[in-house]
Design a binder for this molecule. Structure first.
Ligand code: CP
Length: 326
């Protein structure tokens, strides 16, 4: 969707008024489109020798990750630095959290040192929402429990738009552990709002039928789900979030749901293969597909920086044009 100048201005104003990025459920299609258009401008800046813009000069961004991360934490750090912010990576494992300090006391302590933006990942669904109501700083959700991972949903939408030129009408198949996946939920919100036809597929225990209420189709048969697919987004089996055995074995999961070269033949010849990472090679995706010509997994990571710059920029500045430093 291309926005008019006025729609972009209103969407930018709305994002700035929100102050926080907590999830995509509450974000409109226009706001999502503005974030994607802004990310495109930032990606163009990446090709220049000076990649910095001054938007967050004098501001402090704190990465507060209570769960491990490679892509999200690092790309938020790069994004904030490219916007000229001072960035602090708070090491939860060696902090006073281990002595029993609460989330709010920890965040207020960080805020007292001058944090303007707190980027938080937490195992509890809703933790960023709770934080946003207890601090003055702007809060960005970097993944909360099984609830949402908004910047992953945005970078996935951006990658599809960049590769396909549009999102409306595309058949996007999300494969695997939907039940435990915050990535799936944020993808569903973003892609359905932008007009994609989203299909979910996996073992019945990992794809609850209630997801149909979100306007998606539910499948248990992989071949059926992949028919004429434009995009396949493959999820990791999140063994760390499973309280009980929801499928018989990894071997059985691989036999029924692994995306490999043979299974790609059911999709369109130009299908995109995506994965938010980290990958379990040989489980949900074969090494050949992960490294093959359909895979855009590394491009998703690159786009993550542009999208996270766009989100920080819009929360700070609204819809002002993106300008690199001279
Ligand atoms: N996709 C994603 O959230 O990866 P990380 O856990 O490495 O941040």
């Amino acid at each position: 969707m291309t926005l008019t100048e006025e729609t972009a201005r209103l969407a930018g104003e709305k994002i700035r008024q929100r102050k926080h990025l907590l999830g995509l459920e509450e974000i409109s299609a226009d706001e999502i489109s503005l974030i994607l258009e802004t990310a495109k401008s930032f990606k163009e800046i990446f090709t220049r020798s000076v990649k910095k813009v001054p938007t967050l000069r004098g501001k402090t961004v704190v990465n507060l990750f209570f769960e491990n991360s490679t892509r999200t934490r690092t790309s938020f750090e790069i994004a904030a630095k490219r916007l000229s912010a001072d960035v602090v990576n708070f090491a939860v494992a060696t902090s006073s959290v281990s002595k029993g300090e609460s989330l709010i006391d920890t965040a207020r302590t960080i805020e007292a040192m001058g944090a303007d933006y707190i980027i938080m990942r937490h195992s509890a669904s809703g933790a960023p929402w709770y934080l946003s109501r207890n601090v003055q700083a702007t809060v960005l959700n970097a993944g909360d429990g099984t609830h949402e991972h908004p910047t992953q949903g945005l970078l996935d939408a951006y990658t599809i738009l960049e590769k396909k030129g549009h999102i409306e009408g595309l058949k996007v198949v999300i494969v695997g552990d939907i039940l435990h996946s915050r990535v799936a939920r944020s993808n569903i919100w973003a892609l359905t709002k932008l007009g994609a036809k989203v299909r979910l597929v996996g073992p019945r225990t990992l794809v609850p039928p209630t997801f149909a209420d979100l306007g998606v189709e539910i499948f248990t048969d992989l071949k059926e789900a992949l028919r004429d697919a434009d995009v396949i987004n493959i999820l990791r089996i999140q063994l760390e979030r499973q309280q009980s055995h929801l499928f018989p074995s990894i071997r059985e999961y691989r036999l029924l749901y692994q995306i490999n070269d043979q299974r790609l033949t059911h999709a369109k010849p130009d299908v995109l293969v995506m994965h938010p990472g980290p990958i379990n090679r040989g489980v949900e995706i074969s090494a050949g597909v992960a490294d093959g010509p359909h895979s855009v997994i590394n491009e998703q990571v690159t786009n993550g920086v542009a999208v996270r710059m766009a989100v920080l920029f819009l929360l700070a500045a609204g819809a002002n044009p993106v300008q690199a430093e001279a």
